[in-house]
Design a protein around this ligand. Structure first.
Ligand SMILES: Cc1cc2nc3c(=O)[nH]c(=O)nc-3n(C[C@H](O)[C@H](O)[C@H](O)COP(=O)(O)OP(=O)(O)OC[C@H]3O[C@@H](n4cnc5c(N)ncnc54)[C@H](O)[C@@H]3O)c2cc1C
Length: 391
């Protein structure tokens, strides 16, 4: 097994590292924080635009979409350099990683120009309207209806958990357009600007704090959406959904490895049990890195192994949760003090990962729920990796 990169990949890394060294925003420039996943401070908009213009935003894209036609291994190295410096390429992660990516895969040329490029250049922000009160893991049960009326769709229904919707300019919204078709076959996708009459966004606090506002309920009451805002073919939304969520999955494990590294740095075990937990954290991190590297090598060879990505997501998200819990217990009552600065100050990071242990533990649940819960990952692994019979 080769655990190093070829010389051309290392020179790609060196070029990007030099760009970062020359252009990273300073601490004085980055004082305004991001309040939600679609609230992008001006400095972060300028930063994203700089990356876009230089072809360093999403290097796998073509230059017109902020990239330079980089290979998957180069894309990995790009993320590794960003994460090493604890800087994000975008502070509207769903906009960049899911919505713009979906538009580039499934949208019309006009939609790419009108919506994808402005999202990539941080001129507008976007949120993802998939989940509903009765449709999360079972997304295909979604009930928000869209009925074609002349050259408009009329949308009625409700979404929930829509991260950053209150700050977003547009929602990529999954709607039911054929109620009589089998449930996977009657879904379509619409771009709905948030200022359209009939769209109501109700932000609400998270388990961390009532002032930690990212989630939204979004209501649609007779919302008229131009038919040209249909993304992909009518009733082909399931295909878009699978593509949308698949976009960043190959390298998702890297963000869990980053969290584990933060934990390994900040967690100082107080006793023997804590030391035992620390050892497990280090072993989980090693296992994640090795399995992730093997998955990267397979992807570089053009092989697709979706079930192996479930193993990485499950291992990474649960290792972060377990280690955060242990660190919280080790800290005792101090873990509850908010905010406890349990990590060195890093001006480019979102505060979430340099805050107190209790908050870090609570935030770790995002990893085991969003993008497919642990139970769903276990079912995929049971059926597709272990070959166990369906119950
Ligand atoms: C931080 C965060 C951000 C999010 N952002 C967005 C967003 O921007 N846009 C958006 O649309 N959604 C978003 N979501 C919602 C997310 O996609 C859903 O929470 C997730 O799909 C789970 O759905 P649910 O909450 O409805 O839980 P449910 O699907 O109702 O599940 C409840 C419990 O039952 C279990 N369960 C369900 N089905 C099965 C099964 N078949 N077998 C075994 N166990 C099962 C689950 O594992 C879970 O423990 C976000 C969630 C989080 C945590």
């Amino acid at each position: 097994m080769q655990l190093t990169f070829d010389a051309d990949v290392e020179s790609f890394r060196a070029e990007f590292a030099a760009f970062l060294d020359a252009n990273l925003p300073t601490e004085a420039e980055t004082t305004e924080r991001a309040y939600s996943s679609a609230h992008v401070p001006d400095w972060a908009r300028r930063w994203q635009r700089l990356l876009f213009d230089a072809g360093w935003l999403l290097p796998g894209n073509t230059p017109e979409f902020g990239g330079r036609g980089a290979s998957i291994v180069e894309q990995y190295v790009h993320l590794e350099e960003l994460s090493r410096r604890r800087i994000y390429h975008s502070f509207n992660p769903q906009g960049l990683g899911i919505i713009a990516a979906s538009l580039l895969s499934f949208g019309s040329e006009e939609q790419k120009r009108r919506w994808a490029v402005p999202i990539l250049r941080a001129e507008i922000t976007a949120a993802l309207g998939m989940s509903e009160p009765g449709a999360g893991s079972d997304l295909a049960s979604l009930r928000t209806r869209a009925v074609l009326d002349g050259d408009h769709f009329v949308v009625n229904g409700q979404k929930i958990w829509t991260s950053g919707a209150h700050d977003a300019d547009v929602l990529l919204t999954f709607v039911r357009t054929d109620p009589d078709a089998p449930k996977h076959k009657g879904i379509s996708v619409l771009l709905i600007p948030t200022d359209t009459p009939g769209v109501t966004r109700r932000p609400f606090g998270s388990v961390v704090d009532r002032d930690d506002v990212d989630f939204n309920e979004v209501f649609f009451d007779d919302v008229r959406v131009p038919a040209e805002n249909l993304v992909g073919a009518l009733n082909n939304g399931w295909h878009v959904a699978n593509g949308s969520l698949g976009h960043e999955r190959t390298l998702l494990w890297l963000s869990f490895a980053e969290r584990l590294e933060d934990l390994a740095r900040d967690f100082h075990p107080a006793d023997v049990l804590g030391a035992d937990a620390y050892a497990r954290l280090v072993m989980d991190l090693q296992a994640l890195r090795l399995l992730g590297s093997a998955a990267l090598a397979r992807a570089a060879r053009g092989e697709q192994d979706v079930a192996a990505l479930s193993v990485l997501k499950l291992l990474g998200s649960e290792a972060v949760q377990k280690a955060s819990e242990q660190a919280m217990e080790s800290a005792g009552a101090d873990a509850l003090v908010h905010p406890v600065v349990a990590a060195p100050y890093a001006h480019l990071s979102l505060e979430a990962f340099s805050s107190g242990w209790f908050e870090r533990y609570l935030r770790s649940f995002a990893g085991t729920i969003a993008g497919g819960t642990s139970e769903i990952q276990r079912t995929i692994i049971a059926e597709r990796v272990l070959g166990l019979p369906r119950s």
